[in-house]
Design a protein around this ligand. Structure first.
Ligand code: AHR
Length: 495
């Protein structure tokens, strides 16, 4: 295969990388909360009931914005059910996932977990079956000094200091007929505007995410976004995008090209934001919040049959899925000027990088690219000119064999590469036009025996990251030899 060249210049910046691109998502679904992060009966639990093994693994991912409590769950959730004395909290019939919700874990437990992991809390209010006023009350509970009703309730529950939740989502996937309380765009826009105004009246420092289209395949795609952005106007700081991808036809080459479609989805939503800003003749635009993204297609078990912590959508991830996760992250970095928040959906057990089985824990293939990228996220994304071999994919058009993104941080250059070839090593030349590369500080790669290779509790180290040294530096440029089907993250020293 011919060499691929990656050429950058420090003057060609995309933008500063917002650390919140490395966020996660914790929903009350299946075994995400119970038996996931929170399991007081586990031998691994600490005093708060959090699983220390899971917390340790999550710490390695160093996630930032953590979205909670849903997801679809949020559209039937009443936050008052989840605060106060545990034995007085109601056990409720949960309709989004047909499960039994004991409300043992609620707002205060979530905030405690956020503090433990240095996460930025990001709360989704209920705009499905809830009211704008209930949303407003939740902001007061979380953010106000303890001298009015809901803030005094927080203090009475043992939290005198405000929780300081700055990021709030105005509902979840309200464009989807599956959503509890789903309504047409104009009605959602009214609810979102009303709730957003009340919430900002309580605490003007908060930032709001309006529901954008939850999928590119929905008939209302883009029209929904236009209507919502126009009506909510300057109250909207961000608009949400969601994307789950998969390989149901078993065509690895086509699947790996899906990154083109992710780039396109981002660019279309960016266009909607600019269009709305122009129509409103406003100085303010909404930015993009990609608050659900991942691979999800193998496990569609979504009916909890009235159980507590049922096994729902516990996807097993393989090597090709890990390459897709890297592709999502490359796309976010390439659009760092407009994508400000992104949340891997989800974090434990449910479509997640971490699985538990009793007191055991497993790191899935997708854990590793997230960790490799997250460690190198500080800096400014640079535009990358990729020149090299490409192929025509069945669904997503022409795509280069090597997918890439680059972040510069002082005297370090972080280069992220995916080799989409299933059989060949990809030689990659890395050139920063106006600065010399003088050494390789640290590099890791993730690959495996074949596209479908996956970790299991019995064989946990089939697809794991390993130190990478197949790189040479000559005349201020670097050359890498990327194994077939691999993700490589390299940090170079600059002169
Ligand atoms: O992440 C699982 C579900 O996918 C979320 O609850 C919902 O928002 C999306 O459809």
């Amino acid at each position: 295969m011919e060499t691929t060249s990656l050429t950058m210049h420090t003057a060609f910046e995309v933008g500063a990388v917002d650390p919140r691109l490395f966020g996660g998502f914790l929903e009350h679904i299946g075994r995400a909360v119970y038996e996931g992060v929170y399991d007081p009966n586990s031998a691994c639990a600490n005093q708060a009931g959090f699983r220390t093994d899971v917390v340790g693994a999550l710490r390695r991912l160093d996630m930032t914005a953590m979205r909670y409590p849903g997801g679809n769950f949020a559209s039937g959730y009443h936050w008052m059910d989840g605060v106060g004395a545990r034995d007085a909290r109601p056990v409720v019939r949960e309709l989004a996932w047909q499960s039994r919700e004991p409300n043992e874990f609620g707002t205060d437990e979530f905030i405690r977990l956020c503090r433990e992991l240095s996460w930025t809390p990001m709360i989704t209010v209920n705009l499905g079956t809830g009211t704008p006023e209930e949303a407003r009350d939740w902001v007061e509970y979380c953010n106000c000094p303890p001298d009015t009703r809901y803030a005094m309730l927080r203090a009475a529950n043992g939290h005198r200091e405000p929780h300081g939740v700055r990021l709030w989502c105005l509902g979840n996937e309200m464009d989807g007929p599956w959503q509890l309380g789903h309504v047409p765009a104009d009605q959602y826009a009214l609810r979102a505007q009303q709730a957003g105004k009340l919430m900002k009246d309580v605490d003007p420092s908060i930032e709001l995410v309006v529901c954008g289209s939850s999928g590119v395949g929905l008939p209302t795609y883009m029209d929904w976004d236009r209507q919502v952005l126009e009506h909510v106007g300057d109250l909207a700081d961000y608009i949400s995008l969601h994307r789950y991808v998969g390989n149901p036809d078993g065509d690895t080459q086509d699947y790996l090209a899906v990154t083109n479609a992710i780039d396109r989805q981002i660019e279309e939503m960016d266009a909607a934001c600019r269009f709305s800003q122009a129509r409103r003749r406003s100085g303010k635009r909404a930015y993009l919040c990609f608050d659900e993204w991942n691979v999800w297609y193998k496990n569609r078990q979504m009916d909890g049959e009235g159980e507590f912590a049922p096994h729902l959508i516990e996807e097993i991830y393989n090597l090709e899925d890990a390459l897709i996760v890297a592709g999502f992250l490359n796309s976010f970095l390439r659009h760092a000027d407009v994508v400000k928040i992104a949340n891997l959906a989800q974090i434990v057990n449910v479509i997640a990088p971490i699985l538990t089985r009793g007191d055991e824990m497993l790191l899935q293939s997708i854990f590793y690219p997230f960790e490799m990228y997250s460690r190198r996220r500080d800096g400014t994304s640079l535009r990358v000119a990729v020149a090299g071999p490409a192929y025509a994919s069945k669904t997503y058009g022409q795509v280069s064999v090597v997918d890439a993104s680059v972040v510069i941080s002082g005297d370090q250059l972080h280069v992220f590469t995916v080799n989409r070839s299933t059989s060949e090593t990809a030689r990659v030349q890395v050139k920063l036009a106006d600065r010399a590369i003088i050494g390789l500080d640290k590099s890791e790669t993730l690959t495996g025996p074949d596209a479908k290779a996956a970790n299991s509790f019995e064989r946990p180290a089939v697809v794991v990251s390993r130190p990478f040294s197949d790189a040479s530096i000559n005349g201020g440029q670097a050359e890498l030899a990327l194994p077939p089907l691999s993700v490589t993250a390299s940090t170079f020293a600059l002169a």
